[in-house]
Design a protein around this ligand. Structure first.
Ligand SMILES: [Cu+2]
Length: 191
């Protein structure tokens, strides 16, 4: 009984970290350069990579390498369906069943912006795993999935709550997430 109760909270706490996020990429920049900024991003399955045209005329097409400059062979390859002038936004929904810890790429199909074999206006999309944070890709070595999920615990509340008696703390800290956090710790222990 205790185990299942804790497990429910454990799953609930993980779910709170699994909400879809928008990962932003600029298409072109204020200097009018043919670039994606940042050119390397991480998104979780279910996130949206939101491309915002800043300058120039560009497209966004999924590709199978950083220098292929050709549409991905995947049957469901993502594409902005044409080249557009700023202002324009287009969202690439990362499939919920995308495989964590894999990469895919995107390039601009406007002639001259990406050169096969050389690259150019192209970028990398890392598919994150549980415990990763979306956004600009982390430095190499960072973002590895934790072995037991404890890295996903909410931050411990400040000292003020801890100084109170445990009975009082249990009631007062529900909003602060302490109960959720402790359930989470318990679940991590029993699972
Ligand atoms: Cu372009």
């Amino acid at each position: 009984m205790k185990t299942s109760f804790a497990s429910i909270f454990f799953v609930a706490s993980l779910a709170s970290f699994a909400q879809a996020a928008d990962v932003m990429v600029n298409v072109g920049n204020a200097k009018g350069e043919n670039v994606f900024e940042p050119a390397k991003v991480m998104a979780m399955p279910g996130d949206n990579v939101v491309f915002t045209w800043v300058s120039g005329k560009h497209s966004v097409i999924e590709t199978d390498s950083l220098t292929a400059c050709a549409k991905s062979a995947k049957p469901n390859a993502a594409t902005s369906d044409g080249a557009f002038l700023a202002p324009k936004t287009w969202s690439w929904p990362v499939p919920k069943d995308a495989t964590p810890n894999t990469k895919t790429w995107f390039y601009c199909g406007v002639p001259g912006h990406c050169t096969p074999g050389t690259g150019g206006m192209a970028g990398t999309l890392l598919i994150g795993a549980a415990g990763d944070a979306g956004g600009a890709a982390p430095a190499p070595g960072g973002g590895a999935a934790p072995a037991n999920g404890t890295a996903n615990m909410p931050p411990t509340p400040s000292d003020g709550a801890a100084a109170k008696s445990s009975a009082v703390r249990n009631y007062q800290s529900i909003a602060a997430g302490v109960v959720l956090s402790s359930m989470c710790m318990a679940a991590a222990y029993v699972l």
